[in-house]
Design a protein around this ligand. Sequence first.
Ligand SMILES: [Zn+2]
Length: 472
Amino acid sequence: MSSYKPTIGLEVHAELKTRTKMFCDSLNDPDEKHPNVNVCPVCMGHPGALPVPNRKAIEHVIKVGFALGGTPNEKSHFDRKNYFYPDLPKAYQISQSGQPLVVGGTLKGVKINHIHLEEDAGKLMHDDAGGGTLVYYNRSSVPLMELVTEPDIHTPEDAVAFMKELQLILRYLGVSDADLERGQMRADANISISPDDTLGTRAEVKNLNSFNSVFQAINYEIKRQTEILDKGEKVQQETRGWDDTKQKSVSQRSKEEAQDYRYFPEPDIPPFETASLGLEAIRDSVPELPAAKRARFTKEYGLDEHAADALAGDIAAANYFEEAVSEFREDIPDGNIATLYNYLSSDLRGLMNLAGTTFADLKVRPEHLASLAVLIDEKKITSRQAKDMLAKMFATGADPEEIMKSENIGIGDSDEVEAVVLAIIAEHHAAVADYKKGKTASLQFLIGQAMARLKGRARPDMLKEIFEKNLG
Ligand SMILES: [Zn+2]
């Protein structure tokens, strides 16, 4: 097999989070259990019904544009894209062709051609019981963002990494839940290969609805096209579908060109100028983005790359952590923040996963986790005691300082510990004699006895030191 350079471009669709649909006041509610209730003459394409664009959806797309360093087009308008499909009752989709909302931008080194806004179609569902096909129109005309990259990606890994970062950014911006499993984010991939730096003929694989299918479909296409070129044949420009069960792409139709859709400006919606939307306010609403958060967490808190990445990947965890850090720093400005992170990411996470708890319904308040970390950092409790206390905090939401007081937890002061050590030495002549003969296991026995008498209110290293001093 010869080696060719693969080139990949992505078209990523994301359903936007708005109260109502793109051109009417039917609800945009992905949680609605009943089919075909959130519909009206506008999203059903009845004659005479007039679309009114959803301002929030337009603002969302411009916000994504700003986040990715793109530029809102000064003038923008909607177009009709004509085609028939049973889940598209109007027989056209209102989309954007000539003047998309946003042009340019980059993400993870991949240039973005443009971002436009359109309406989603309904959804066809096979009816196993009746043997027919059902149409789900609640999704019809839900606002849909489409981001088109330049052919700037060269491996399936990079394509997936791009999509994951975009998903995270959409969530940070609050414009989409971007859940692939729920169909809220999906991609088409344009793939070509070439023996040199020119672009080969591309095949478009449609409707990839998981990160894994994006990866597998690109991989498969690279292999398929390599075999074709190796045989001296030509790759056909076409649209292909991805069969997740068979793990292969299948030809659907020869690739249509833009002119086949007979795009023309939507006559029912006037063109508009984006300046009228208050661009500054939209730009100002862009929060700190994942890349900046990762960098700040590494620099400000001394977290390693893995920890910073894990936190930035979960906004709720990141916010919780930052609240805890600010409380922690109030008590000990130069304390070890890694301790706090470790209790959050391993012990607390473990309890949360076991109980299926989210940060929204977590009883442990950030300031209480901070207090626990302070107690550990100041060596007032042992790590064993910390684990037990955290379990209690998790169950009841109690303050660790209160638990310490009410249950007499903690580390005894040195006088108390030393008194116990001396008593144990006095009571265990044989073990003391063995130790003095060089049997180190006897020291472990004595430490165990002292620990039991102190009911855990001491650290093993502290006991070892006091025993050695008194036995030496
Ligand atoms: Zn409607």
